[in-house]
Design a protein around this ligand. Structure first.
Ligand code: S3P
Length: 210
């Protein structure tokens, strides 16, 4: 058979595969403060042509207060109740890419909502990365302690076993953002569509260490 007789291959893109398999579900990023949930989430949303939503921003808009103000005025339990309500509402509306605050996934009810309506990705960051990133901003009320690094380590100890219940885990580290985004998209495709078939050509650089 001559080359001309070979039908043109259909090459669905990574993004199209994921969007089709995702259906009405959202993508939810979970993990510690400083893990890059908003930065990476925004880029995943752009690649998949989905709206991006940041739960912390939604909470601040709903209360017309910043998160430190909400913590100071009403306390953490009040913030957590509002956070759970806001996330439940967002997930009911339409498919989005949602970045959650670092403590949101600790609530069972929120994990249940996420499991029902979304695919979750834990952006897993170690203490060094988290500390380097959170030092740049002083707007995390939980880190206003005498020893923020000890606080981060304590929170990691409590939270990592729970974050591990996310559907997917991707290591957050200091590499170009698009590399983490590519890893999230590859992980989503494997999870949603199964492993790639052997006949598909590998995409450049995707076998790099993670
Ligand atoms: C929190 C993380 C923050 C914010 C609040 C509490 C936490 O969000 O929700 O300060 O409990 O880890 P980010 O993870 O986006 O920093």
């Amino acid at each position: 058979m001559s080359d001309a007789a070979v039908p043109a291959p259909t090459t669905p893109t990574l993004e199209a595969d994921i969007a089709a398999a995702l259906g009405p579900r959202s993508i939810v990023l979970v993990g510690m403060m400083g893990a890059g949930k908003s930065t990476i989430g925004r880029r995943i949303a752009a690649r998949l042509r989905l709206p991006f939503t940041d739960a912390d921003t939604e909470i601040e808009t709903a209360h017309r207060m910043t998160i430190p103000e909400i913590f100071q005025e009403y306390g953490e339990p009040y913030f957590r109740d509002g956070e759970a309500r806001v996330i439940a509402r967002i997930l009911e509306e339409r498919p989005v890419v949602l970045a959650t605050g670092g403590g949101a996934f600790m609530r069972e009810e929120t994990r249940d909502r996420i499991r029902e309506r979304a695919v979750s990705i834990w952006l897993k960051a170690d203490t060094d990365i988290i500390m380097r990133r959170v030092r740049r901003r002083a707007d995390r009320p939980l880190l206003q302690t005498a020893d923020p690094e000890a606080t981060v380590n304590r929170l990691l100890g409590e939270r990592e076993p729970v974050y591990a219940n996310a559907d997917l885990t991707v290591a957050s580290r200091d590499v170009p953002h698009d590399r983490i985004v590519d890893e999230c998209l590859e992980a989503l495709r494997s999870y949603l569509c199964g492993p790639r078939s052997a006949v598909e050509p590998p995409s450049d650089g995707m076998n790099a260490t993670s």
